[in-house]
Design a protein around this ligand. Sequence first.
Ligand code: PXG
Length: 478
Amino acid sequence: MTAVIRNYDIPALRKMDVDHHLAPQQDWQAIQQMGGSRIITRAEGSTLYDGDGNTILDGMAGLWCVNIGYGRDEMAKVAYDQMLELPYYNTFFKTATPPPLMLAKKLAELLGGKLKHVFFNNSGSEANDTILRLVRHYWDVKGQPKRKIIIGRHNGYHGSTVAGVSLGGMKAMHEQGDFPIPGIEHVMQPYLFGDALGEDPAAFAERAASAIEERILEVGAENVAAFIGEPVQGAGGVIIPPADYWTRVEAICRKYGILLICDEVICGFGRLGEWFGHQHFGVKPDLVAMAKGLSSGYLPISAVGVSSEIVDTLRNAGGEFIHGYTYSGHPAAAAVALKNIEIMEREKLIERVQTDIGPYFAQALASLNDHPLVGEARTLGLIGGVEIVSKKGTNERFTGKEGHAGPVVRDICIRNGLMVRAIRDTIVMSPPLVITREEVDRLVAIIRAALDEAAPALRAAPQAPPAPPVEENEVALG
Ligand code: PXG
């Protein structure tokens, strides 16, 4: 099969975008003023093609998701075959279809240990909704109905639905519509560069984990249901916790009998060089949220891995878990996810991240550390962030305000053929796991050139004194 290359009427599509389409997490006025979005028409491997004839290296794997890269025949074929055979049937009427059952078995194998069961949904946000409802129901059934509180972190991201936005710690999102819902608490994030530059990493790991214990004691351990965290915070700015943070967090959860939830929506499926981020950090969660890389974004699907302890408790008690979605276990999406995992295994993409392209990416990005505007270049597997600072050796920001320099550098990168995101003043990357060494070199060269190009204007902008340290170190997703 070869992809059809269509000749789209790009100005007409842009007009449709302005006249009728509402983009997620965007300023609709800004899109109107620019006369509509950039239209991506095609992609292959790690390369995007837009309607204006530009070729762009995709440093973000779409939105942290296209792990196997674009343009895979096998993925299209498996969806086509499944849609002809059985495009849809539900899993509500004591019925099931083959693909989600085979996928559940496969995911249980990859998760390992006690995570033997899988509940399907369609997005990362929905996975976290399922988790919130399942966790509260579990404690009710267990006879501890007071355990309702879930602790998350400032600047964590768990989605955009009511549960997702509440579990997440994005201040700007909370301000729209009065979130979080009751029963959600947030504690400090383990962001050494931004919040505690110069502090000993081991002491910082201890302090950040202790913040969870302190909150548990403050609200009463008997009222706490679970702790939720991303192994590495993605949308928060690629925040890689110091060594030992996660093992300390796990020990605190165990000490107070609290469930540990890992949100693997970004870190899962090879991003950190293991199937799951928690495997890299050596902890054993009770629940795991998966999405994005589960199908490499070819079709929407998400999953929740659930421990046998939780499932045994609910099975022994009997009674329905009254929650689920029309498309839970969608056969075409599940078939695509299975094929995605098969490709990852066959091409040894996880090992590639761990032993080959991951270390290469780390070394290439670290070469930016000599740039006068770079405060820190950090990576883990194939996720990375470059912190832009106004004064080398500090975490001070241009204009004294976070979020000025990042978008300037990002826009230059995109103009020069590299798609990256700016989160405040961090240029973040999460390329497809199939990115080549030559593409990694190009990615780093474009960032370096963008930093060089941005520097004079950034230095010329009025520089206010650095802002006082803030508790919640985040702004809106940009
Ligand atoms: N958990 C994590 C860790 C995520 O990164 C979600 C849950 C929600 O998944 P859905 O499929 O409902 O979007 C995500 C999603 C950004 C950005 O700005 C990141 C995400 C979504 C939108 C924007 O980097 N991650």
